[in-house]
Write a protein that binds this ligand. Structure first.
Ligand SMILES: Nc1ncnc2c1ncn2[C@@H]1O[C@H](COP(=O)(O)OP(=O)(O)OP(=O)(O)O)[C@@H](O)[C@H]1O
Ligand SMILES: [Mg+2]
Length: 292
């Protein structure tokens, strides 16, 4: 087993003429297992060189609940769905059937949330790998990346951090054994017949080595930025349904105070604080300026 789930062996016997019972039994067991995870996303993390489910499957995050700037979500969804339909196209041309996405931008802009909701939308699970983790070696990384559970997105978070940290602390010793070339090789090696979708996130795209960004490793780069006026409006209306007039006031106030860099996470914080009080959220706009 590649995902490390404990397993038991049970031997069943029956008369030859009743052997159809096994098929029925297996079908039923499979359906029960699938039902248990219906509407859920399984998060896998690495455990040595294996993938293991991390906690219980989580309720899917609705894709509508993540608010990105106009058109960005559909651009990514269309691209992923097109990729998922193109297995034969890749196969015929001898191209590894993989696609890499890089979501970059400031903290709290919804990168991780979007990837989680996308997994739910596609009915996929997620394998999260932290490259700066202790004990990870090039070999293990390679093994993990070539044994991703079926129907899973691979998520490499904060892709810049692993290698920056290494150069800064190399004298004191860096606990992760993954090298940059090890990562490139592992990415290139994911060339099995199975499809592989990799998402990487970073707050610092400028720190990334261009070798990582070349097509075949990263095929699709998207900036997920601080909230645009469109997103501010959508976020406001998500929390305060039908309050279009107050929404206008809120936007106006933001403009007056010349607040340009505000993350969707900050907006969420303000709206959660004022759960049932949009008027007070408007009064508190100035506090956003101080929390920058
Ligand atoms: N665009 C968004 N739409 C809806 N909720 C958002 C959005 N951006 C952030 N949030 C909320 O803010 C919190 C943090 O978001 P998330 O972890 O997705 O940000 P991130 O871009 O991955 O940040 P980091 O770069 O620090 O990892 C979450 O609770 C999420 O629900
Ligand atoms: Mg994140």
């Amino acid at each position: 087993m590649t995902n490390g789930t404990p397993f038991e062996t049970v031997t069943l016997t029956t008369l030859y003429r009743d052997r159809y019972l096994f098929q029925e039994l297996l079908d039923e067991a499979k359906n029960i297992a699938l039902k248990a995870n219906e509407g859920k996303t399984v998060i896998y993390t690495s455990w040595g060189s294996e993938w293991r489910p991390f906690g219980l499957p989580r309720k899917k995050r609705l894709i509508e609940s993540v608010i990105l700037d106009e058109g960005i979500k559909s651009k990514i969804i269309v691209d992923v769905q097109d990729f998922l339909r193109s297995g034969n196209w890749y196969f015929k041309r001898g191209i590894p059937y993989r696609r890499g996405y890089l979501l970059y931008g400031p903290p709290g802009s919804g990168k991780t949330s979007f990837i989680q909701s996308l997994a739910g939308y596609l009915d996929y699970n997620i394998c999260i790998l932290n490259l700066s983790e202790n004990n990870l070696t090039d070999d293990r990384l390679n093994h993990l990346m070539n044994n991703i559970p079926e129907r899973s997105l691979l998520l490499l978070e904060d892709i810049d951090a692993a290698f920056n940290k290494r150069s800064q602390t190399s004298e004191k010793g860096f606990s992760s054994g993954v090298t940059f070339s090890g990562l490139l090789n592992a990415l290139d090696g994911v060339a099995s017949a199975e499809e592989c979708i990799t998402f990487m996130t970073t707050n610092h795209p400028e720190k990334l080595d261009p070798a990582l960004l070349r097509p075949g490793r990263v095929d699709f780069k998207v900036l997920i930025d601080n909230a645009s006026p469109y997103q501010i409006q959508q976020m406001f209306l998500k929390f305060y349904e039908n309050e279009t007039e107050k929404c206008e006031l809120f936007l106006k106030r933001i403009q007056e105070l010349n607040i340009t860099k505000i993350s969707t996470a900050q907006l969420q914080g303000l709206f959660v604080y004022n759960k049932r009080d949009p008027a007070n959220a408007i009064k508190m706009v100035a506090t956003l300026k101080h929390s920058l």
